[in-house]
Design a protein around this ligand. Structure first.
Ligand code: C2E
Ligand code: CA
Ligand code: CA
Length: 598
């Protein structure tokens, strides 16, 4: 602590010095001034922590010195103690900005205690100042840190928002054409249909199918195919309104939802798109591909119940457009065209209805052993056949009527799986099945075997009902198996390894090369009924049956003949060595419930 002592009398100065040197508890340094001017100069140059100031001095007196210093220093920052002999100076001293006073003649105790008191205050004030400064510095540092953190946070939020947007974009867009994808279309149409149901909206739906996409893809590769899709998308966008919703459904199929357009207005748009597609040639590697499109238009009105419903109708319209070889067809036109087509157009809905309302039925037909096979006494086989019950007419509908539609609308695998589950469920409840029935044959469409995970589904269904897999035979038509050779092979192999057997159905109509057949793990050949049913009077059909039997025997396969309608045929088949026979002569298909625990 620095103390400045101001006095014109050297004796007083000396006395004060001696006195203050007794202050042991604080390290102090003393400086001295012998007149007012000198005191002001020293105090301003290096401000002391305390001043002992004589009042009576020649020149500027103590009060004036104090007044001068107070212009720069407050009471707290520079304490001043007057040293005076006159009692009236005490009040004047306070008035001039003094903090305290010491009386003359100097009393050591008084000096020490007053000085000690003011030094303590000075020390505390200093500490407070320092800690204030520290605090302020920390606040400043923290504020700066916070600003940095804030900025980082803002950046992170921005980045996160960007990623969310990007993710949302990727999830709802097709990455080749950058149009909306099927998912987004589903959401959009579902919302739109809700509004339509509330009568606040109406619109038209266009499904566009590019016709030469596969050709481009197969001859020039998928880069060319992608480019064709992109160019088509770009060209089409030019014809759309701002609130039309344009999506790629997948493959070469596109869809456009046009709010506030009637079916007729939708058709006008279809005409523009068709026109544009036809005047456009796709060029790749100097090759020119003329492009065309089939376009279906469906009005979105209160009749439309869901996105799937809308797509089914559009697919149906497209199917007929292609069949009639026209580019543009609307649903209304299709329905109006003729009543029988309207019937057909309803198949998809009727099938879904039948599947959901349990209106499918399992029928079965016996397949009986012939000749030597009969002697083995291994019971009879059965084939299960699907039927559809129509509650309106109370009639049973035969599969030939609905299976082509079921295949077209991709509903056939649902039917096949339903047949497997229902058949096995029923048979597992029949005690005599294990002993009396050699095996059950179940038809499978080629479309079903292409479904992902179908083999696993079938295996777990079989395991679930506790039936031995060797009791189950699947029938695939010869043409379908050959047409999907590698898929059929993998599928058959997997279930064959599991214990099931396979029959090639309708054999002879496709008459494939036997080289192909060698690749497939099948056990039975089922001769197509058309050759069997008149083989006793049609020599070329008889010859056909004979050669199929011969080759099958060479390949070590058992032979089944279907459409066996009379005894003459039975005799002919036995003579040729056919193993099994199926037909009205033995048994007409009837509900599977007839096989029961009697
Ligand atoms: P398919 O597999 O060739 O079945 C034999 C068809 O011939 C059955 O017709 C059967 O009722 C009929 N049939 C049996 N014996 C005779 C006979 O002596 N004379 C004549 N003229 N016909 C006879 P259905 O039940 O109408 O089935 C027709 C076709 O539908 C089947 O031909 C099969 O391809 C398909 N199908 C039936 N059920 C299913 C199924 O669950 N899934 C699949 N994918 N297709 C099935
Ligand atoms: Ca069959
Ligand atoms: Ca058949």
């Amino acid at each position: 602590m620095r103390i400045l002592i101001v006095d014109d009398n050297p004796v007083n100065l000396d006395l004060l010095r001696t006195t203050l040197n007794k202050l042991k508890e604080l390290p102090i340094s003393l400086s001295f001034a012998t007149n007012g001017e000198q005191a002001i100069k020293i105090a301003l140059q290096s401000p002391p922590d305390l001043i002992l100031l004589d009042v009576m001095m020649p020149g500027i007196n103590g009060f004036q010195v104090c007044q001068e210093l107070r212009k720069s220093y407050s009471l707290d920052s520079m304490p001043i103690i007057f040293v005076t002999a006159k009692i009236e100076d005490v009040q004047l001293g306070f008035d001039h900005g003094g903090n305290d006073y010491i009386t003359k003649p100097i009393n050591t105790c008084e000096v020490l205690s007053r000085v000690r008191h003011h030094l303590k205050i000075a020390v505390l004030t200093k500490k407070l100042e320092e800690s204030n400064e520290g605090l302020e510095r920390r606040v400043r540092e923290r504020t700066a840190e916070l600003a940095v953190t804030n900025r980082q946070l803002r950046e992170e939020i921005k980045e996160r928002r960007y990623m969310q947007d990007r993710l949302h974009y990727l999830a709802s867009h097709d990455f080749i054409t950058h149009l909306y994808n099927r998912n987004a279309l589903d959401g959009h149409v579902t919302e739109f249909i809700e509004k339509v149901q509330l009568e606040s909206e109406f619109g038209a739906f266009l499904e566009v199918d590019l016709n030469h996409f596969r050709l481009v893809n197969e001859t020039c590769g998928c880069f060319a195919g992608d480019e064709l899709l992109r160019q088509f998308a770009e060209l089409t966008v030019a014809h759309l309104n701002a609130n039309d919703f344009f999506a790629r459904l997948g493959g070469d199929k596109f869809a456009i939802v046009c709010p506030r357009r009637t079916e007729q207005q939708g058709k006008n748009l279809a005409l523009q798109v068709d026109q544009q597609v036809r005047s456009f040639n796709f060029i790749w590697d100097e090759r020119v591909f003329p492009i065309s499109a089939s376009i279906a238009i469906v009005g979105i009105d209160k009749e439309i119940l869901s996105f799937d419903h809308l797509l089914l109708l559009a697919d149906e319209v497209l199917y007929f457009a292609r069949k009639q070889k026209i580019n543009i067809l609307s649903y209304k036109q299709l329905v109006l065209d003729n009543a029988s087509r309207r019937e057909n157009a309803n198949w998809a809905i009727r099938l879904i209805d039948a599947i959901e309302n349990n209106n499918l039925r399992v029928y079965y037909q016996k397949i009986v052993p012939l000749g030597d096979t009969k002697k083995k006494d291994q019971g009879y086989k059965i084939e299960v056949l699907v039927r559809m019950f129509d509650p309106k007419s109370n009639k049973i509908i035969f599969p030939d009527e609905f299976i082509p539609s079921a295949e077209r609308f991709n509903l056939i695998s649902k039917i096949d799986m339903w047949m497997i589950a229902s058949t096995l469920k029923h048979l597992s409840s029949v005690d005599s099945f294990e002993n009396d029935v050699h095996s059950v044959a179940i038809n499978l469409s080629a479309i079903s075997i292409k479904e992902d995970g179908i083999a696993d589904y079938i295996k777990s269904t079989i395991e679930g009902c506790g039936i031995n897999p060797s009791k189950i035979c699947f029938e695939l038509t010869e043409t379908e198996a050959i047409g999907n050779l590698s898929i059929a092979k993998d599928f058959m192999q997997e279930l064959h390894d599991f214990g099931c057997s396979f029959a090639l159905d309708d054999f002879g109509t496709g008459f494939s090369s036997f080289e192909y057949l060698r690749e497939l793990p099948f056990d039975y050949v089922k001769i197509d009924g058309v050759f069997v049913k008149d083989m006793h009077k049609n020599s070329s059909h008889y010859a056909m049956v004979k050669s199929i039997v011969d080759i099958s025997k060479q390949l070590d396969k058992e032979v089944v003949a279907e459409f066996v309608e009379n005894q003459d045929i039975v005799s002919a088949l036995e003579a040729l060595g056919v193993d099994w026979a199926q037909g009205y002569f033995f048994h007409k298909p009837e509900p599977i419930e007839k096989i029961s625990n009697k």
